[in-house]
Design a protein around this ligand. Sequence first.
Ligand SMILES: [Zn+2]
Length: 379
Amino acid sequence: MDSVRPSIPSIPILTIFEKMKRLINMLFICGAIVVLQACGGGSDTPAPDNNQGNNQENNQENNQGNGNEETPDVVDEIGYDVASIMNAFWTKTSYTKRDEKRLLAMERMQAFADLCENTEFKKYYACTEAQEAVMEEGSILLFHSKAVEKVLEEIQKQEVETGHIVMWQVYNMGYVIKTPTHTFGIDLKHKHAARFAPYIDFLLITHAHEDHYTTALTEAMMQSGKPVYSNFVENDYKITEGKTINIVDDIIVETAIVDHNKTDLKNFVVTYRIDCGANTNHCIVYHVGDACDESQLTPTQPINIFIPHLANNLNMPQAVMNIKPDVVLLSHILEMDHPTTKWRWSYEYGVKCCKELEEDGTLKYEKAYLPVWGEKITY
Ligand SMILES: [Zn+2]
């Protein structure tokens, strides 16, 4: 029995108002957890695959007939504090399985994310190392920070077999991709992103919005003489038009310039169709940043992994139908630089997007995934 009692994290150096806000939210989380437990939400019973939206009702029905109501301490594998939720994501759930455990972890991560306004997130990015630990305590910021530690550790250890790639979601639309011979990054935004510089061979940036790049990483890469491709960094690799670039060995990138918005920010985003090379069996990753118009997404060859913004006006069923990827990694979830009430899309919204793809009559696409910070993806 590894159940952790719900507790209110100790939060030094916070205003009374912030403390009250966190307390109310924690009580809300605990209340929700009690309700979920009463409904069997923490049990080991796997959810029916085709009915993920109705877990609570199903469990209620199941519990009525099984004479098992007296289990007061249902084993809860997710936990209630940020560290437990984060570890549960990484060790007890998978992006490939949107089961009850995964949904519960998402719900709890969301509750902590809702406690962290973008003003606090910005303060965290500006704070010193000593203040960081204080701000991370009992906060989603701990998850944000540990994700980088995890990815840094794993990219160094990870052996990638011939014919495959391994990738990690770091944050927002930021990914690190490792092939049997090379490692590179796309749209890496993080307070500590510069720490990736020694381990990646090149960096791709889709556009000049701060949730898609980190100046310190760009500078560190350039100081080490490593390529940074973008449409705004002034260097030898600046992209001003759609073209094909042989980056290193047989890693070949096809770029296109597309719109960020339908009315303004025209030609603002570079999309990257990356052929990861012969030793990955030419695995093709198509990262389109904040592209907003599916008619502009016209890669010349088949795509294995499609990485779009899940909510920037793309008609996702149409985009997926056009591109026909093996896998979609819906990204741009919980972008903490945006206020909790605006443009910070939730995992709940991500689940809705996945279901729309699954239920679209013409498509029935079941390989849309919602990776979380620090999570490893193998292909
Ligand atoms: Zn963005």
